[in-house]
Write a new protein. Sequence first.
Length: 256
Amino acid sequence: MRLSLFDGMNVIRRRASTLIREGDTSPEVMAEKITQTFFRLIHALSPTHAAVCLEGEGATWRHQLFPAYKGQREAPPPELTSALPELYRRLEEAGLNTLSHQGYEADDVIGTLAAKASRANAEVVIVSTDKDFYPLLELPRIKQYHPFERIYLDATHVSQKHGVTPGQFADWLALVGDSADNIPGVAGVGPDTATKWLSEHIDLQTLISRASYIKGKRGKSLQDSIEQLRLSRELVQIKTDIELGINLKDFRCLGG
């Protein structure tokens, strides 16, 4: 099995922003051109199975933990919102299934499907520009594909860009924070400090246990931020164990 998991709104919003700039804003045109984008990616990746994963309805478990989660995010442009029903209809009609789960983000649905497929010895490609998926690259047979740069992202990419392994990336992200999701990091701690600390202490749990030994302003900031840091670490963790009640075989591509 070769499984492609699309981070649906990640792909859709980025393609839609280009179409809006170009003036292609009618629902029918946007739906048609975004559908074409998905099938160009299907052609490039040649999966046997695929799913477009979307956000579940309502507040997620992350909002329940941290109400300010993604609080600064703008709503999708109205041109895109008008096109979504027709887009989803076209995708389903063409045999590309959409999937969501109430109370969870697409990231968690993708994480669960990717981990399940990896355990079944499938080859998995996560199609997204989002760095939040980097921790999943630690699992065997999982890769990430940037749909617009058309490159694969792997453990080497993560190490070269951030100086940590995929298994350390969620710890790194909790330390520096994620402005895109409104997740706070440790005040005064940037990428270089986070990378240095994790190279010395291996993981966040060990770093926290040694926080009292870290001197200077950043050490003090770390010591003062332990509870928030634990919360941030929980927020950046992608779920891999949602009960979805589906069979991966149901997502076979037409002709796959």
